[in-house]
Design a protein around this ligand. Sequence first.
Ligand code: KG4
Ligand code: ZN
Length: 351
Amino acid sequence: MQSFYSKQPNFHPKTIPCVLGIETSCDETGIALYHGQKGLIAHSLYSQIELHNLYGGVVPELASRDHILKILPLLQETLTVANLTLSAINGIAYCAGPGLAGALLVGAAFGRSLGWALGIPTLGVHHMEAHLLAPMLEEHVPDFPFIALLVSGGHTLLAQVNGIGDYKILGVSLDDAVGEAFDKTAKLLGLNYPGGPAIAALAEQGQAKQYAFPRPMVNRPDCNFSFSGLKTFVSTTLKNSDQAEQTKANIAHEFQAAVADTLVIKAMRALKQTGLRRLVVAGGVAANTWLRKELANMAATHNFTLYYPRPSFCTDNGAMIAYLGYRRLNLGQSDNLGIKTIARYPLDQLD
Ligand code: KG4
Ligand code: ZN
């Protein structure tokens, strides 16, 4: 297997103060500038949600085309907000994967070419690694080692994080990712894409404990997950109901509660098995208020500390790419002139 980060010798000076981050792996175009001393200088995001809403999910070809339209104006906007020009950028990081191949290619071709034109080190970085380190952009920063619960549209995993690039996977979803389960369940309930925020909003109108949803795989001793059964449970429950709006809200409430309980139980297990007391929660689903409340209750009872990115940095953004790029470029890593995209790559096989 091709390695994600090449192990070539350093060919750039170790200090790269200001890094441009570019995210185009799915349906958000994100651009940001991260500076070693000043922190996050500026960031801009364009979400394609409205574009894909019509189709009930992300249409890859439309996503790529829209990134092409938005990437340059967003870069200009970010520089304007920061009151900087391109000459202030010392390094470039773009998201090289995992993600949609065509969407990744836009950010990768743009980032690698801009890096070449400016004559500065450029690095394609890993999307999930960027999510995992996003809490480092906040004031409340975790020390290594910690447990990370990564919950996004494409991935669900628990990992022990010992340092940059040192990740041990403790558990993964054996079927649907948790965000995917939210999205599919939302569709069943007649809600718009993305399903997570739509279900969270509907669940607020729901009454608790009207249905007995299962907590999948919690009786197994490991840290793996399974969410496709919950989606099926929603489908059956809905079919056998009056399908009224209140009924849908009650179902949304219990679905969300079942997902949150399952995540909390497995995260607790990972903390217990490793003896660690720091839990980072990142990825789109980490923006979920109900999940945060349940985790906070558990943290208070069991005496561990929680770390999150702010909700807007839980979902895809350029800031997390710029931060990861800053860290890795300053370890001396950069890519050759190849434009790198890797649609799938396991997190625990990075350097
Ligand atoms: O991390 P992300 O932006 O993209 C991926 O890397 O996949 O995650 C998107 C996922 C979607 O499935 C979306 O429904 C879910 O995160 N999501 C949420 C919330 N906000 C976004 N799920 C539950 N509650 C939310 N508030
Ligand atoms: Zn993501």
